[in-house]
Design a protein around this ligand. Sequence first.
Ligand SMILES: C=C1C[C@]23C[C@@]1(O)CC[C@H]2[C@@]12CCC[C@@](C)(C(=O)O1)[C@H]2[C@@H]3C(=O)O
Ligand SMILES: O=C(O)CCC(=O)C(=O)O
Ligand SMILES: [Fe+2]
Length: 363
Amino acid sequence: MHTRLSDPFKPYPMIQDYLDFNAMKELPESHAWLPLDELPSTYGSSTPDPVPLINLKDTNAMKLVGHACKTWGVFQVTNHGVPINLLEEMEAAGRKLFALPIHQKLKAARSPNGVSGYGVARISTFFPKLMWSEGFTIIGSPYEHARKLWPNRYSRFCDVIEDYKEEMNKLAQTLMELMLGSLGVTMDDVKWASTQGSCPALQLNSYPACPDPDRAMGLAAHTDSTLLTILHQNNTSGLQVYKEGTGWITVPPIPGALVINVGDLLHILSNGLYPSVLHRAMVNRTQHRLSVAYLYGPPSNVKISPLSKLTDQKHPPLYRPVTWSEYLGTKAKHFNKALSSVRLCAPLNGFPDAKDHTGVRVG
Ligand SMILES: C=C1C[C@]23C[C@@]1(O)CC[C@H]2[C@@]12CCC[C@@](C)(C(=O)O1)[C@H]2[C@@H]3C(=O)O
Ligand SMILES: O=C(O)CCC(=O)C(=O)O
Ligand SMILES: [Fe+2]
């Protein structure tokens, strides 16, 4: 029997605290993270390299994608084929949802053992302070929750979600082809890669304007438990990625462009050649920031392990096989130690996986 994406969270119930952000004139202690970093958000070079921007119609796209995955774990794409008006409609749908009064949103609250619905990020349980954000997670049909939010007017919201998932799925397939191709692997070598992915997750994130942004955290540093994530951010910056040797770098919103993150499962599949990217979301004083993440993974029955084409005696497989659902269970338990917990051999440098990390404060 296949496990569902919501099953791994059942043993880790979540008691949620809700806040009416719009009513807050100052940052409550429960949400004050104190100095975020001893270091400014970037250090090292004065003008750090920008996150790669790749035109997917470029004849060199595969090479550029491979290079970006290897050196950054994140890049932005243009000419991705997703209609701009669908991105705008999705943003408008998210805006409409989060603008509802809190008592209305709570009608679609995520249950303590569940995944879908309105609530704070699942990773909140790992931090002593709360994040300045609210989210709405959709796995499968949004119908049950949308009906509670808008008893007579839910169908437009559901239609936009379905259209969005369809377009994102197409893009995710294209990206997988480029990513695998850049590793010298074809879609034929990885049969499951050309089938419809597992039931993906959509995460709508809302970061209201914050009275004390320097002491608050929108979404704490994490890697995604996916093969890849496609992120649409509105025109307000806030997303930052961590780059070894450079520090935190802002991923600037570019109208019409989408951000692609390498997730932990691609890290495993590529035997660590394409490392998953540590990222976080910051908040600001005046603008409401919205983002929509399409979390893409393999079909539920597939065990992900390092591709055999990438391993030999000199390069043994570094991770044990896991399904997406098993990995989500590991993440729910170990959070940023999840990747090391599925690691087979100690890394040569003796350090744990990059994100378990050393100097980086993940909270
Ligand atoms: C498939 C999933 C990935 C995710 C957990 C989830 O079941 C649905 C929500 C996803 C999300 C989005 C915000 C950040 C994140 C770490 C979280 O708390 O919920 C991710 C999870 C993940 O990638 O591990
Ligand atoms: O809002 C953002 O920019 C980041 C969102 C994110 O990391 C996520 O949903 O996993
Ligand atoms: Fe993320």
